[in-house]
Design a protein around this ligand. Structure first.
Ligand SMILES: NC(=O)c1ccc[n+]([C@@H]2O[C@H](COP(=O)([O-])OP(=O)(O)OC[C@H]3O[C@@H](n4cnc5c(N)ncnc54)[C@H](O)[C@@H]3O)[C@@H](O)[C@H]2O)c1
Length: 252
């Protein structure tokens, strides 16, 4: 891919202080985009922006809780004030609680829905207006292989990721005429703080590896590569799709 495929573009990445979101932010910046690093903790976001600037890029750190609609509206406003527009939204923020459904506290069910689904939808809602008037946009939703198949003790998480795959298709239909592409990436098992605990357990890790034809746990950069492609014009004729990046998990 052209090294400066995103030159002149402005991207917002949610949940970008660590893990997959951070790798996406660094990659989009490396490809030339100005990147808004948005997450719950502003100091962590500032550290990511420092890395971006250290590599010669441009970024903006924002405190953003995507369960708070006012904060989303504020983040969109601040991005436009600083960079003038929004070309790319990467809806990456997400949470996982693993528990049997009948034992799961209802407040946890509400929380997963509020972050993974409602928050993601509201981020899209509030950037779409500007994208429509610019007649340009790329929205990339970070789903999961758990949106296609069941994943142990993760009923609500699976439900939210399946819903993201579904809304990705509908929004592609709704927004195609404005030259806004809407796609998703479905990661498999990726080494990040989200799943650090069970990767530290050698037995669990070995059981996961058996299911991965590529023979390794994924890296955040594997997901960032896919997002960079879907955020660029090299994927102009792809919309409504979900790109599975799982080392082959779903083929087994
Ligand atoms: N790691 C995996 O194996 C894996 C697999 C499939 C999908 N995913 C998805 O990838 C995305 C990134 O996950 P990760 O593995 O990097 O996890 P992570 O926990 O390391 O990162 C998630 C980020 O989202 C942020 N976040 C949580 N709630 C938020 C909120 N209300 N507002 C804004 N930000 C919030 C967190 O602060 C954190 O920085 C998630 O959507 C996750 O569901 C991860």
């Amino acid at each position: 891919m052209n090294k400066y495929a995103l030159a002149g573009k402005v991207a917002i990445v949610t949940g970008a202080r660590r893990g997959i979101g951070k790798a996406i932010a660094l990659r989009l910046a490396r490809d030339g985009a100005k990147v808004v690093v948005a997450d719950l903790d502003k100091e962590d976001c500032e550290k990511v922006v420092k890395e971006i600037e250290g590599a010669g890029g441009e970024g903006l750190a924002l405190k953003l809780d995507i369960t708070n609609e006012e904060e989303i509206i504020g983040a969109v406003r601040k991005t436009k004030e600083k960079f003038g527009k929004i070309d790319i939204l990467v809806n990456n923020a997400g949470i996982l609680f693993q528990e049997e459904l009948d034992k799961m506290d209802t407040s946890k069910i509400d929380k997963i829905l509020a972050v993974n689904l409602r928050g993601t939808i509201l981020c899209a809602k509030h950037v779409i207006l500007g994208m429509k008037s610019n007649n340009y946009g790329k929205i990339v939703n970070i789903a999961s292989i758990a949106g296609f198949v069941g994943y142990d003790l993760s009923s609500i998480y699976c439900a939210t990721k399946g819903a993201l795959i579904s809304i990705t298709k509908e929004l592609a239909l709704e927004l195609g005429k404005y030259k806004i592409n809407v796609n998703a990436v479905a990661p498999g098992v990726i080494e990040t703080p989200m799943i650090k605990d069970f990767l530290e357990d050698e037995k669990t890790k070995a059981a996961l590896l058996v299911k991965i034809p590529c023979g390794r746990i994924g890296k955040p950069e594997d997901i960032a590569n896919a997002v960079a492609f879907l955020a660029s014009d090299e994927s102009e004729y792809i919309t409504g799709d979900t790109l599975v990046v799982d080392g082959g998990w779903l083929t087994v």
